[in-house]
Design a protein. Structure first.
Lengths: 430, 366
């Protein structure tokens, strides 16, 4: 994960004229999606699933292998994308070989986890396991469909599938695993039982039903069939149901224990993540509706929204998971609590700054487009916000570097676990 | 164990239903065809000049689509014709794009001179101050030329055959518009009517629009939004109804008043008759009498910025994207005077001085 981190986070400084920005952008997206979040997620899954099943991981060798495969993919991605070897599909830029490697790795991870769950010692499946099971079934499929590696679809159909993939990598992987992690972490960290298991099931099935068709809301104004747009927009709005049930569940679990977030650092990350989840999920259906989309589409507002989801919500929950699991896995306390605090504040404030500047920039852009003012005129107006965004990027990267340093120092006596600590260490423990 | 199996079946079924409805169903039901031949034609530029299809690959490789979109929306002004479903059938991987950090490129072809495009790729801020586009100076000469060829092909078969029209209540399609036409007694094509309109124009309009309609009346200097230049070819496409509508209702956001408050309907029609006779910039002259009889399909300015945003275009940065090749019946790609990217052109075309004259390529040798 340090590997993932070092590669992924510096790219957040995607700023005003940067040499070969598009290449950086490609790698940024892929490194965040495939490198940082996915790798971290799989690491967390490898830890949480055996824990919840009270059993061992089905095959540790397989786990190790997938970990190396994943790292290899990332190195490959770095080498290819920065040089512009891309398939030219947003979120699916990786070349054919890497596509296949990720797919194989995913299937192997899924196999590993499924077998682990089959061998479990606890009868009832906790909701986190539901989420992980669902995600590991969906995501390989979504990935394979979405990459369109060996097919060439005509333009708009390509776009439809592309956005099916582009949105579902979020919806059926980042969101579901992330929420599953929240379900695991919140009760553990607060030492409180989950408020309601019934609600958690409702949330899970809600997301399973409503998330997948939403992709077309990214292209509501292109000439794709109207019925498809209607399905996408309606299910986007329906997504409020699972989101609100999930968050009700979390907030009721937290009830009376909010004070713990002040002292408990992993919990603080988790709670922040929940808050951002609330914001991003209210924003989502709002901007998916036609008239709002009419105004906001194509602007930095959407970029802000994407960062709110991936950085604000899922990156925070993942960090929380790392801070929670690492001491348990290694049996040592974190090298420095102060660094965790610094990490939190840098990331939190940096992100708030980024979000605010992107949103304002987006509104300026929307106004510009809506009034038919040429880019060269409003382009100058948003320069200050690019600047603030750059600063926020630096803050976040700084936070992440502190995080990496902290993790490194904590693990220092364990050279074996240096490449992908969470994944590796999870296997060590299991 | 039983509940677990049920759940697993549930997940599988749900997922496949969703895949079916949102991935497979569109593939089956949605098969647009390019009957109208509006998709980009990458073969238009001769292969000995540059390879536009290869340019597309470079466009993809360099990730241009992260900042430039390639579909026009209903509300977009200044980006040329709206796209239709069939326009994209050869576009794979699709380059629709997600964010417009830069302008939309759907109909970019022909809007700027190839030299300009190249200079802009090499040094964006030299030709467009304030731009945040990164420089692509690291591209090889061949890559650059192909990329420019690709850009010049964008939208090259999406021709404009109709313009912004006056609102429905001015058209004969509605009762109100029909009544308007029934009341009309002025022959707006007659020179006598134009003559009558001249006085009205001089009294009411010339103070801002100038005597010849160049937008250079004495008041113009003090206006923040400058009056338009009626000599531009764009205005030669206005229908009577559109002129009438503009004169009657004024232009929101500018000092152009609603003349319906001041002039009678008849006066406004006389005015329309006169406005239609205002001179055109770069009027085409003929070399022989034969050319007079030839009925020519007047092509609308191909891919101009201002055809959807006609008013007061003279200010600001986009003025240079003029509707140059209006009267040229030829496609922009076949302008004798502007062969697309000249491979022999040395990189010294970066001077950027071609900006102003850029998109107004010399009106095919006259």
């Amino acid at each position: 994960m340090i590997g993932g981190l070092e590669f992924s986070m510096p790219d957040l400084v995607k700023n005003v004229p940067q040499l070969a920005f598009p290449h950086m952008r490609m790698f940024h997206v892929n490194a965040v999606a495939v490198g940082w979040l996915s790798m971290g997620y799989v690491g967390a899954i490898f830890y949480m699933v055996p824990n919840l099943c009270k059993t061992k991981l089905w095959s540790e060798r397989l786990g190790n292998m997938t970990m190396w495969a994943w790292n290899l993919v990332l190195v490959g991605a770095f080498c290819t994308l920065v040089n512009g070897n891309t398939e030219g599909r947003e979120y699916a830029e990786l070349g054919a070989i890497l596509d296949v490697m990720v797919a194989v790795a995913l299937v192997l991870v899924a196999l590993n986890i499924y077998m682990t769950i089959l061998n479990r010692k606890v009868k009832k499946l906790y909701v986190t396991l539901w989420y992980f099971l669902g995600s590991l079934f969906w995501f390989p499929l979504v990935w394979i469909i979405g990459q369109r590696t060996f097919v060439a679809l005509p333009g708009l159909n390509d776009a439809i599938v592309g956005w099916f993939y582009g949105h579902n990598i979020l919806g059926m992987w980042f969101t579901t695993v992330g929420v599953g992690m929240m379900y695991y972490l919140l009760p553990r960290l607060t030492q409180a039982p989950l408020y309601s298991h019934g609600l958690s099931m409702l949330g899970f099935w809600g997301i399973a039903l409503f998330y997948a068709p939403t992709g077309t809301h990214h292209i509501t104004q292109s000439p794709v069939p109207e019925w498809l747009k209607a399905i996408a927009i309606i299910s986007s709005i329906f997504l409020l149901v699972p989101v609100l049930t999930v968050l009700t569940n979390f907030f009721m679990t937290m009830k009376g224990r909010w004070g713990q977030a002040v002292t408990d650092l992993p919990l603080r990350f988790a709670v922040t993540s929940c808050m951002f989840y609330l914001v991003t999920c209210i924003q989502g259906p709002f901007q998916a509706t036609r008239w709002v989309n009419w105004y906001l589409h194509f602007t930095q507002w959407v970029v802000g929204h994407a960062h709110l989801a991936l950085l604000g919500t899922f990156s925070f929950i993942l960090t929380s998971a790392v801070y929670y699991t690492l001491p348990k896995l290694t049996g040592k306390e974190f090298y420095s609590q102060g660094l965790i605090r610094a990490h939190y504040w840098l990331k939190f404030l940096g992100f708030l700054l980024m979000m605010t500047s992107l949103t304002i920039a987006g509104l300026i852009q929307s106004a510009g487009w809506a009034m038919g003012i040429p880019v060269d005129q409003w382009g100058l107006q948003i320069r200050p916000y690019w600047f603030f965004r750059g600063i926020s990027g630096i803050m976040i990267v700084l936070g992440q570097l502190l995080f990496a340093y902290n993790v490194w120092k904590t693990l220092y006596s364990k050279p074996a676990a240096s490449v992908a600590p969470a994944a590796k260490a999870a296997e060590v423990k299991a | 164990m039983h509940s677990y199996r049920l759940g697993a079946i549930g997940i599988v079924t749900t997922f496949f239903i969703i895949i079916f409805s949102t991935v497979l169903l569109p593939m089956v039901l949605f098969n647009p065809s390019d009957k109208e031949h509006r998709s980009n034609d990458y073969t238009k530029i001769p292969s000995n000049v540059a390879d536009a299809a290869r340019g597309r690959k470079i466009y993809v490789r360099e990730g241009c689509f992260y900042c430039h979109t390639q579909f026009t929306r209903l509300q977009d002004r200044g980006y040329g014709p709206l796209v239709k479903a069939g326009d994209f059938i050869w576009e794979t991987p699709h380059q629709l794009g997600t964010a417009r950090t830069g302008p939309d490129l759907t109909n970019e072809g022909g809007r700027m001179a190839s030299e300009w495009q190249k200079a802009h790729l090499i040094s964006p801020r030299a030709v467009k101050p304030g731009s945040i586009m990164p420089s692509f100076s690291y591209l090889s000469e061949r890559d650059m030329n192909d990329l420019v060829a690709y850009l010049q092909c964008l939208g090259n078969r999406r021709e404009v055959h109709s313009f912004v029209e006056a609102p429905d209540e001015y058209q004969k399609t509605t009762p109100a518009g029909m009544a308007l036409h029934n009341r009309k007694t002025v022959d707006t094509a007659a020179s006598a009517s134009a003559n009558a309109g001249r006085g009205i124009y001089t009294q009411n309009c010339a103070v801002c629009h100038g005597l010849e309609g160049y937008g250079n009346g004495p008041n113009a200097t003090s206006l923040e939004k400058k009056p338009p230049n009626f000599s531009r070819p764009y205005y030669k496409q206005y229908s009577d109804e559109f002129w009438f509508y503009r004169v009657s209702e004024g232009v929101a956001g500018t000092r152009m008043p609603r003349w319906t408050e001041v002039l009678t309907e008849e006066q406004r029609w006389y005015l329309v008759a006169y406005l239609k006779t205002l001179p055109q910039d770069q009027e085409i002259t003929i070399n022989s009498l034969k050319q007079i009889d030839k009925i020519e399909d007047v092509r609308l300015p191909k891919l101009s910025n201002q055809q959807f945003e006609p008013h007061h275009g003279g200010h600001g940065g986009h003025g240079e994207e003029s509707e140059g090749d209006n009267m040229s019946p030829s496609e922009h790609g076949s302008h004798g005077s502007t062969p697309a990217p000249a491979p022999s052109a040395s990189p010294s075309t970066t001077t950027g001085t071609s900006t102003e004259s850029g998109a107004a390529p010399k009106e095919g040798g006259h």
